[in-house]
Design a protein around this ligand. Structure first.
Ligand code: FES
Ligand code: FES
Length: 225
């Protein structure tokens, strides 16, 4: 029988069901709808907690207590609903709205998602959010000063116009900022080595390296005052 024939047969079967059968079929559908709705309610609860005290003092839905965690991101304590298997890149982008962290490969190859965790560059697509609870996370949004003054590394990019599409830029900047903490005055060759875990699809490596070297110089000058 064709698929169309099958579907006709099932409508007929549904029509022919006794009243009790129809009621069971409908309640099963309602049951499934209920599960989907409650799943959505649980996953969106993090936003409610972040923005209001609507559920304050009430019992949390089952399992949510373990998922509600506090992260230190860019110097702020951020309450977030994160699943156990959720990556830091996803949490930053889709729960905390920090979309400066880019997702390129999503499998630890391109470096677009690099953030600092306790001052060390990490691919945030390969770090589970729950593992960074007691640590300090810094994203590209956390580099500029509160008054809007750019970080010396960001200024270096502007000074040298170092990128084409700039999709990879936040990752390169965060990696360089982390690298310079251990080697503040690198040679061009050393910095190229330090950035070798970051890829640029526009293949603008020479200009990027020039911009990063300029940023490093800006940073040394800023530290001298
Ligand atoms: S998106 Fe994380 S390394 Fe590519
Ligand atoms: S400038 Fe386009 S991906 Fe790097």
């Amino acid at each position: 029988m064709t698929e169309k024939g099958n579907s006709r047969a099932s409508s007929k079967a549904l029509r022919d069901l006794p009243a009790e059968g129809v009621s069971k079929a409908v309640s099963r559908r309602n049951f499934i709808k209920g599960v989907i709705t409650s799943g959505v309610a649980v996953s969106s609860a993090g936003y409610l907690f972040r923005t209001s005290s609507l559920l304050h003092g009430q019992q949390l839905p089952a399992g949510l207590g373990e998922r509600l965690i506090t992260l230190n991101v860019n110097g702020q304590q951020r309450r977030v609903d994160a699943m156990k298997q959720e990556t830091l890149a996803s949490t930053l982008r889709y729960k905390l709205g920090l979309t400066g962290t880019k997702l390129g490969c999503d499998r630890a190859e391109c470096g677009s998602c690099t953030v600092l965790i306790d001052d060390i560059p990490y691919y945030s697509c390969s770090v589970l959010t729950h593992t960074v609870r007691a640590r300090k996370v810094v994203t590209i949004e956390g580099l500029a000063s509160a008054d809007g003054t750019l970080h010396p590394m960001q200024q270096g990019v502007i000074d040298e116009q170092g990128f084409q599409c700039a999709f990879c830029m936040p990752g390169f900047i965060m990696t360089t900022v982390g690298y310079l903490k251990t080697n503040p005055n690198p040679t061009r060759q050393q910095l190229a080595q330090g950035l070798s875990g970051n890829l640029c699809r526009c293949q603008d490596y020479d200009k990027i390296l020039t911009a990063m070297m300029r940023g490093a110089e800006n940073l040394r000058r800023a530290k001298l005052g």
